[in-house]
Design a protein. Structure first.
Length: 318
């Protein structure tokens, strides 16, 4: 069983020595390694069973570290950093040749963000490294928001750092930045409307573009139990125990064996913060399948629905 520790200095030393550390950010738990140590980064892919065509996000502590990662640091990038960093925004831009190809999946771009979580920031400071880190889960499964979630999925991991727990609850917004314009690659807590207040240009991602960001596969964030959107479940035996992931007031609660309510008053930010935690509880319960209520696709609701659609994809009729 992997070890949960409270010693950030020890965790930083492990990063320095080319080992892996799971650590909290304000979004979810990440599985980190020194971004400039290709062998250490390769361990991330092996541990998660993650395909190497899926690029990683590099975490930094100071804006000055961008010089190690990006070819160009323009006014648009600095404006975004000033408004949203530290925070749950990941920026994709042209990378320096010194960034290992395994980090960027062989692309000429790299994804970078500056976490706001104090434990993550302390780990970055003490290690003195830029840390490449996807979510600390088995590839394609539910993202973790507690040390125990990491331990459940990656039991062989040497070090899971305890500390300030994630508050946002879903992964960062990812944008690609090019010539002062941005394209949203993955929706998250920071919305298009938030970004447009800083940069007035926006484009949508081309459907056939390479995977430049984590979380872009059709099936992702899935529980181990069958999961369907409300109204989309196939006919199933009434003796099956059904879990319900609810957003609004539940109609006919007696139909469900277990109900997880994302928000008591329809607050989308609260729903996002509780999203993965609620799904982990349903996954670990004795229910046979999970039904999820869609949320309004506005603001952060767009990001929640992005995760929901990916979570149910493998169980749905294609």
């Amino acid at each position: 069983m992997s070890s949960i520790i409270n010693d950030t200095k020890l965790a930083a030393k492990l990063i320095e020595n080319g080992e892996l550390v799971a650590f909290p950010t304000e979004t979810v738990y990440g599985l980190g390694a020194d971004a400039f140590n290709a062998e250490a980064v390769a361990q991330i892919f092996a541990t998660k069973e993650r395909p190497t065509f899926n690029p990683l996000i590099v975490h930094i502590r100071e804006v000055s570290e961008l010089e190690k990662l990006f070819v160009e640091i323009d006014d648009a990038l600095l404006k975004l950093a000033e408004h949203f960093w530290p925070g749950p925004l990941t920026i994709v831009a042209k990378k320096q040749k010194s960034v290992p190809d395994i980090v960027s999946a062989g692309l000429d771009t790299v994804a970078v963000r500056m976490p706001a979580n104090q434990t993550a920031r302390e780990l970055l400071k003490l290690s003195g490294k830029c840390i490449a880190a996807p979510s600390a889960n088995r590839f394609g499964m539910l993202s973790p928001t507690t040390p125990e979630h990491v331990q459940k999925q990656l039991p062989g991991l040497k070090c899971i750092l305890n500390g300030e727990l994630p508050k946002v609850g879903i992964e960062s917004t990812v944008i690609e930045l090019c010539q002062g314009e941005f394209k949203i690659l993955r929706p998250g807590f920071i919305t298009e409307q938030d970004l447009l207040k800083v940069l007035p240009q926006s484009k949508t991602t081309e459907a056939n573009s390479p995977i430049k960001s984590p979380g872009l596969l059709k099936s992702h964030y899935s529980p181990r139990k069958p999961m369907y959107l409300l109204g989309k479940a196939p006919e199933y035996s009434t003796d099956k125990k059904t879990g319900f992931l609810a957003f609004s007031e539940v109609q006919e609660p007696e139909k469900y064996h277990l109900i997880e309510r994302l928000s008591s008053n329809g607050d989308l930010s609260e729903a996002a913060a509780n999203f993965f935690e609620a799904l982990h509880r349903l996954e670990d319960s004795d229910v046979d399948l999970i039904i999820a209520e869609p949320v309004p696709e506005t603001g952060i609701g767009i990001a929640i629905m992005d995760r929901l659609k990916k979570a149910v994809y493998q169980y749905s009729d294609k």
